[in-house]
Design a protein around this ligand. Structure first.
Ligand code: PMP
Length: 357
């Protein structure tokens, strides 16, 4: 078999690995931080009705500006945002890709604070953007001083934050984000994929948007909204950012079916988000019970928990998988990450872990 390395591929892509979360369809899937509760049946019915309507004109290209969706997203986020502030794509992964196509690329750099979401560096590589990893403080935190020092040392074109951070669950304070903004003339990007799971009162970077045209905040419908299969991610920023993304996006990148489904889900926001409190409860339970089992879980503001103290992560992963339970080995020595699922799924995971020798 030919390896891509043998093809005339770009030199800077040689030897790289693609996104690698194992995809195993097993009984208990707690590996990719989905909302494991299905969309309520009456919401599915309304989405079906809307898709049916969209199919009536499926011979035509969809609204290239996805105006109704942008209005619905602005209404959902609040904070005085309007459709002009919003942009969407096929998952926040594509939003980030478009962002780096417009603001990154060859000769430009992105500064980030690993361990963080693996796709950030993969998208940087794919767009030819230099990836500069910077140190976090103890407990995976990033103080304003730490962020500013890294920016001053590396002078990046773009700074990436992820709050709550995947895979650690750690929040990044608005003070850190504001200080980073003041320390750079570049784009400050904040990935808030898990924002809805944060404890009440933990402020979002959305509160910083006013008067900061280089600040870009992404969200997704894949997590709290239980809509991962639909592929809808979005960002909030100054309208000029959306104008920049119009230069690199493919025309009609959001299908009419995607737009209809997302509008339907947003029309039922309370029902779609009904399980968030429950998931927060399971997350907090995971932290408590993993500690009782002798592991070292990190406090989490997201829908997953990173825990250390695992002698052999690969062995634990394999033994759980053999029982139909998949979690995530994120490559951090002696650590594993588990998604907070339903109460039953969480119980299955904890019981299976407790029973391991
Ligand atoms: N950001 C973070 C931090 C994530 O963990 C994920 C998914 N695991 C994404 C973005 C991408 O989500 P999507 O493309 O489904 O919106």
């Amino acid at each position: 078999m030919t390896s891509f390395d043998e093809l005339p591929i770009r030199d800077d892509l040689r030897g790289l690995k693609p996104y690698g979360a194992p995809q195993a369809h097993v009984r208990v899937e707690l590996n990719v931080n989905e909302n494991t509760h299905p969309v309520p049946a009456d919401v599915v019915d309304d989405i079906m009705r809307r898709i049916h309507v969209a199919l009536g004109t499926i011979n035509r290209y969809p609204d290239r500006e996805f105006t109704a969706l942008r209005e619905a997203l602005a209404g959902y986020l609040g904070h005085g945002l309007t459709a002009e502030n919003m942009w969407a794509a096929n998952g926040s992964n594509e939003v980030i890709q478009q962002l780096l196509q417009a603001f990154g690329g060859p000769g430009r750099s992105v500064l980030a604070f690993p361990p963080t979401y693996s796709m950030h560096s993969i998208i940087a590589a794919g767009t030819g953007t230099q990836w500069i990893p910077a140190q976090r403080d103890a407990e995976f935190e990033i103080s304003p001083a730490t962020a500013v020092a890294a920016i001053q040392a590396h002078q990046p074109d773009i700074v990436f934050f992820c709050t709550p951070n995947n895979p650690t669950g750690t929040p990044v304070s608005v003070e850190t984000i504001a200080a980073a903004y003041d320390a750079t003339e570049g784009i400050v990007f904040v990935d808030e994929a898990y924002a809805e799971f944060a404890p009440e009162g933990e402020p979002t970077a959305l509160t910083l948007l006013e008067g900061r045209p280089r600040l870009v905040i992404s969200r997704t419908m894949s997590k709290a909204f239980a809509f991962a299969g639909a592929r809808v991610g979005y960002l909030a920023a100054d309208p000029a950012v959306a104008d920049a993304l119009r230069l690199v996006r493919l025309p009609y990148h959001l299908s009419a079916l995607t737009q209809a489904a997302a509008e339907g889900a947003l029309a039922h926001t309370p029902a779609m988000l009904a399980m968030v409190d429950d998931i927060r409860g399971q997350r907090d339970r995971l932290v408590r019970e993993l500690a009782v089992l002798g592991y070292t879980p990190y406090p989490s503001s997201a829908n997953f928990v990173l825990f250390g103290g695992v002698r052999d992560p690969q062995d634990v992963f394999d033994k759980l998988l053999a029982q139909g339970i998949i979690i995530r080995d994120i490559g951090l020595p002696h650590h594993l990450r588990v998604t907070a699922g339903t109460e039953a799924e969480t119980t299955e995971f904890l019981d299976a872990l407790a029973a391991l020798d």
